[in-house]
Design a protein around this ligand. Structure first.
Ligand SMILES: Nc1ncnc2c1ncn2[C@@H]1O[C@H](COP(=O)(O)OP(=O)(O)OP(=O)(O)O)[C@@H](O)[C@H]1O
Length: 398
């Protein structure tokens, strides 16, 4: 059985290319083929026009360094010695291995990977994540223009994931070419210049992260429903995998929210299978963005515009059509007055309160009075209990 088939790709010098794709897609096999560890049945890997298999292993090791997925080492050297093994392709068989440039390269690699603090410890006495950085240091000491990394952040904590990928990005800035298999699509999107999406041994798509990480490509490759948005802090493409809709819950729920107060509620209810509507929300509201990504029915208004009679009508229709209306942990001000009044038309109400009422942006006046009456009519629950509260409300109000 062919593990890879019809794979053709070109990587420009000085790029950081992420190999992404589901388990078993062939990412490691592709990296091992590029690194000449495996010989393809057909086809060639060219480095600067030269077939990698025509190079002596020493010459290949001066061009390409690899960090494998499995970094366990069966021998017991200290960390500095392991890193120094990266210098093997430069050692002469005839001279003693005193090699000043090599020693400098080893110390630099230890320092850049922040492994020098345990450089004198045995490799058997470092953690899995530390060992992964040691093996990266060994690859750096090899001083090659090309680096192949198979899951370089797999066993790293969140801090070292970022530090390692920042280091890799710096190496790329300095001129190295890097191909890395990375499972975390969001890290890959943030750090890589280009992505190659592999699935079933073939390249499904390649190019800039925003081109490759589309909802349709992710559906085809990973057989999952995912929404693609932009990360609010980094601006990079951001993928969120969703459980298959089709939780088996039946019923309609209308939600009033705003300012991100109900994003999680919308997600939980929608994933459970309910038909969810939400609004009115101002255009640009982060809850509206979530609703759009989840494909929900929304009522929108211009931000800060008063809710006119027609909008009020559209909210009321949804409240009346819903089995349950959920009021999120919203600010209770005049901007929400129409939403609160429409919610009050509901026969079954769930009111989410994570913050005490008094700690919210509570403007007093009519909105507060309507909100108080909602609380009296409805079940008051924490956001984490919204799903069971909705189910109970539907059961008791068939
Ligand atoms: N030595 C081998 N003999 C037979 N099949 C193999 C061998 N190595 C890998 N495979 C198979 O080839 C396919 C691709 O494996 P590969 O390790 O390249 O996937 P991957 O994309 O790196 O997966 P993961 O994300 O799980 O690391 C898998 O179905 C795997 O079972």
């Amino acid at each position: 059985m062919a593990v890879l088939d019809a794979v053709s790709a070109h990587v420009d010098e000085g790029r950081f290319v992420g190999l992404v794709g589901p388990n078993g897609a062939g990412k490691s096999t592709l990296l091992r083929t590029v690194g000449a560890v495996l010989k393809p049945d057909a086809g060639t890997v060219l480095l600067d026009g030269e077939s990698v298999r025509d190079l002596s292993s020493r010459a290949a090791s001066r061009r390409v360094a690899t960090v494998p997925q499995d970094t366990s080492l069966s021998f017991d050297f200290d960390v500095r010695e392991v890193v120094a093994m990266g210098r093997t392709p430069y050692r002469s068989r005839f001279r003693s291995n005193a090699d000043e440039a090599g020693e400098e390269a080893v110390e630099r690699a230890l320092s850049r990977t922040e492994t020098e603090v345990f450089a004198d410890r045995s490799i058997g006495a470092v953690s899995g994540g530390e060992r992964q950085r040691v093996v990266l240091a060994r690859a750096l000491a090899q001083d090659t223009p090309i680096l192949l990394l198979d899951e370089p952040t797999a066993s790293l904590d969140i801090n070292h994931q970022i530090r390692t990928l920042e280091l890799v990005a710096d190496l790329v800035d300095e001129g190295k070419t890097v191909i890395a298999a990375i499972h975390d699509l969001n890290l890959a999107a943030h750090y890589c210049d280009d992505l190659l999406l592999l699935s079933g041994g073939r390249i499904l798509d390649s190019g800039a992260p925003e081109r490759v990480l589309t909802e349709s490509n992710l559906g085809r490759a990973f057989d999952t429903r995912a929404v693609v948005s932009r990360h609010p802090v980094t601006g990079a493409v951001y993928v969120t995998a969703l459980p298959e809709r089709g939780g088996d819950r039946e019923g309609r729920v209308h939600v009033i929210g705003g300012g991100g107060t109900v994003s999680r509620v919308l997600y939980v209810l929608s994933a459970a299978g309910y038909e969810v509507s939400v609004g009115a929300l101002g255009t640009g509201d982060s809850d509206l963005e979530t609703a759009r990504l989840l494909g929900l029915d929304t009522v929108t208004v211009e931000p800060f515009a008063p809710i006119d009679a027609e909008t009020r009508q559209r909210i009321t229709e949804r409240v009346l059509a819903a089995d349950v209306t959920v009021a999120g942990d919203i600010e209770v001000g005049s901007g929400n007055l129409a939403n609160l009044e429409c919610a009050a038309e509901s026969d079954a109400l769930v009111v989410v309160e994570d913050r005490p009422f008094e700690e919210r942006n509570y403007a007093g006046g009519d909105a507060a009075a309507v909100y108080r009456s909602l609380r009296e009519q409805g079940a008051v629950v924490a956001g984490s209990a919204v799903l069971s509260a909705v189910a109970r409300a539907i059961d008791s109000n068939p």
